[in-house]
Design a binder for this molecule. Structure first.
Ligand code: CA
Ligand code: CA
Ligand code: CA
Length: 174
């Protein structure tokens, strides 16, 4: 008879523990090389330029801004019905948040949960019609506000030439 002895079982247990650890918090070394723009968000001009200046010339035109917003909107509309449900809206946001955490080697924490909660709250704000359907037209209305707010010299381009006032609170923007 050949039954496994205690030392084999111990080795096996150790191997299982090790492999469990391998999937843990050490996966933090992802490089972001093939991501020209960081869509993770944040506030202010730097974040805006980082997210929307597709051709990297230091200026965001309205066409660049709209192109990326449309891309994001369409990607978020996973069932393709032309509008975002709350679940689709939050899932899109969570995808970007996850990537941001992954890129910076952070594990989901209390702030993460809070951000997700805020995304739900934000849906209630951006979905002006309160019909549970966030449409591209509603997104464009927000885009108008965001863009003209940042384009403070009014030349139709957002760049460092636009003097920015401090803005700690910019709820409703993503
Ligand atoms: Ca540009
Ligand atoms: Ca949809
Ligand atoms: Ca400008």
């Amino acid at each position: 008879m050949n039954r496994p002895n205690a030392s084999v079982l111990a080795a096996l247990a150790a191997a299982i523990v090790l492999s469990a650890c391998a999937g843990g918090p050490s996966r933090a070394t992802a490089t972001a090389q093939n991501q020209p723009a960081r869509p993770g968000g944040g506030h202010g001009l730097d974040a805006f330029l980082g997210s929307y200046d597709a051709n990297r010339d230091g200026q965001v035109t309205r066409a660049e801004f709209d192109a990326i917003r449309l891309q994001r909107f369409q990607a978020a509309d996973t069932n393709g019905d032309g509008w975002l449900s709350e679940a689709e809206y939050v899932a899109e946001y969570e995808g970007r948040l996850k990537r941001q955490y992954f890129d910076t080697g952070r594990q989901p924490d209390a702030a993460y949960e809070n951000n997700i909660k805020q995304a739900h709250v934000r849906f209630g704000i951006v979905n002006r019609a309160r019909d549970g359907q966030f449409t591209w037209a509603e997104d464009q209305a927000i885009a108008d506000k965001t863009f003209t707010g940042l384009d403070s010299n009014g030349d139709g381009i957002v760049s460092r030439a636009d003097p920015q006032r401090p803005r700690e609170q910019r709820a409703g923007n993503d």
